[in-house]
Design a protein around this ligand. Structure first.
Ligand code: NAD
Length: 317
């Protein structure tokens, strides 16, 4: 078992729950401390230590890091794209201050590794929309994307200037059945499976031909762990790596669901999230992730759909 002591911040969110459980398997239950503003998530209860933490409180975070001899931090707390557009100043404040608090404590305490996710939201309407490359025009138009882009620059700065081993991925929209999504524009691709099983129909907030880059959660967790386990010298991108899983539209996910539930129907009522989606890439080129640390996705749309429906059916009894 490894000697590292890990702090996961935002452990009760869509990614946090599954990532915490995966890290506990690898590093030992007591070596992974879960923390969040919220009450401990049901799935985390009894699986390891949990502390209540507001990452905006730098002093409290610093004390926690020292008291528990933390060597690695996974910072997942953030305000996501759709929620961010409702309160831009709050999203900017939380997304930036949380990262700067962590990076600065990493520098002061000489922490071994930091993980902080970026997003495909860093790209904007002037970026190429198909197979968006790692290095291209990056002019985000949502406050979420702006905060992620600024965060990437800070990560690279702390790596170059202070030698902090910070690593990051530009996640696409993430799809999972264990914990609920937290206010993103790609949340429809999770809701649709729940509604397909519960209602037999779904009202989609994006247009039928809106293609977006997506990834099934087991791939996202594996990518995160593979990136963090890779030899430091092989991590050439210190801002955030492009990461790709699959790309589909609401019409295509609906067709994939119909393969299992032939009576399923979908209707479309686009709202403010359509504009956010229209500014994002439709697919991502993740060649550098493949080249530098061997990334390869496992799940495509049919494989994910079969797995989501099977697991949700079991969950819903
Ligand atoms: P989420 O909203 O589901 O979870 C975030 C968690 O952080 C929540 O449990 C929340 O209670 C907690 N939190 C918020 N403010 C906090 C604070 N001040 N102190 C401590 N905890 C706080 O988000 P997620 O989907 O799990 O995303 C995690 C990270 O991945 C974020 O940085 C997000 O931007 C990024 N990301 C997510 C997706 C996706 O599709 N889910 C895609 C791209 C990037």
């Amino acid at each position: 078992m490894k000697k590292d002591k890990i702090l996961v911040i935002g452990a009760c969110g869509q990614i946090g729950v599954e990532l915490t459980l995966a890290l506990r398997k690898m590093y030992g239950d007591n070596n992974v401390i879960a923390s969040d503003l919220r009450e401990e998530h049901e799935l985390l209860k009894g699986t390891g230590p949990y502390v209540s933490l507001d990452v905006m409180n730098k002093e409290m975070l610093h004390v926690l890091v020292i008291r528990h001899n933390i060597t690695q931090v996974y910072l997942l707390a953030a305000i996501l794209s759709a929620t961010g557009e409702k309160n831009p100043l709050l999203a900017w404040h939380i997304n930036m201050a949380s990262l700067l608090n962590v990076l600065d404590i990493a520098k002061e305490e000489g922490l071994d590794k930091i993980y902080w996710p970026s997003s495909i939201a860093v790209f904007g309407p002037n970026s190429p929309r198909q197979e968006t490359p790692q290095h291209t025009i990056i002019e985000p138009t949502t406050i979420y994307g702006i905060s992620k882009f600024a965060g990437e620059r800070w990560c690279e700065y702390y790596n170059h200037r202070y030698g902090i081993d910070v690593r990051s991925l530009r996640y696409p929209g993430l799809i999972s059945y264990k914990s609920a999504p937290g206010g993103g524009t790609t949340d429809y691709a999770v809701e649709i499976y729940h509604d397909a099983l519960e209602e037999g129909s779904y009202k989609c907030f994006l247009k039928e031909d809106t293609y977006l880059p997506m990834m099934y959660m087991p791939d996202a967790i594996r990518a995160t762990i593979e990136l963090m386990e890779a030899d430091s010298a092989s991590i050439k991108v210190r801002s955030a790596y492009n990461l790709s899983g699959m790309s589909f539209s609401p019409k295509e996910i609906s067709a994939a669901i119909k393969e299992h539930i032939p009576t399923f129907t979908i209707s479309y009522e686009p709202d403010y999230r359509q504009q956010i989606a229209d500014g994002w890439p439709q697919s991502i080129d993740d060649e550098l992730a493949a080249q530098d640390w061997g990334w390869k996705p496992e799940f495509d749309l049919p494989k994910m759909t079969a797995d989501m429906l099977k697991n949700l059916k079991t969950q819903k009894g």
